[in-house]
Design a protein around this ligand. Structure first.
Ligand code: FES
Length: 169
């Protein structure tokens, strides 16, 4: 990726975001001299500040670094650590790797989608629970494995997971 040093961008700021978070983003871009190869660091800072990478923030960064929006989206969606949607107060990650799949993780995921009324990758409208999937959590010995609020639990059934979810409601 080419490195360029640029002056402050003549950009329109996202609506209703004339707040500290945008200032922080500006400072980070400026500190990095608006270099295009600082994109990942800028995205990190944006996610840290906003909680997730919303479309107008990505556009703001693209204009700031003078990068095509498609390239910014490409990087933001390539790395798992970046989220394009708000994450809920609680998170549930269902492993869909082979070992977990053969032990029924697809049934757990379906039960969760039905119970929560959302699809994988989404957050409940009340912002309480985000549902995600992973390929392999490295815990195949306890398949099917689920991560609930950062804690890996294994050998689960749809009913046991649904019961745990109730505690979050
Ligand atoms: S496949 Fe699920 S933990 Fe490895």
């Amino acid at each position: 990726m080419p490195t360029q040093t640029k002056r402050s961008p003549d950009t329109q700021k996202p609506d209703a975001k004339g707040d500290k978070r945008i200032k922080l983003l500006d400072i980070t871009m400026k500190r990095n001299h608006y270099r295009q190869d600082s994109l990942i660091e800028i995205l990190h800072k944006a996610q840290e500040s906003f909680g997730y990478l919303e479309p107008d923030v990505l556009e703001y960064i693209a204009r700031g670094l003078k990068l095509p929006l498609s390239q910014v989206y490409g990087v933001a969606t390539f790395y798992h650590l970046f989220s394009l949607k708000p994450s809920g107060a609680h998170s549930c990650v269902v492993c869909m790797g082979t070992a977990c799949y053969v032990k029924g993780s697809d049934r757990i995921l379906s039960a969760l989608e039905k119970e929560l009324g959302i699809h994988v990758g989404e957050t409940t409208p009340d912002g309480q629970i985000s549902l995600m999937s992973a390929r392999c959590l490295g815990a195949c010995g306890i398949a099917p494995a689920i991560v609930m609020d950062g804690t890996v639990i294994g050998k689960q059934e749809p009913q046991t997971i649904l019961a745990r979810i109730q505690e979050w409601k």
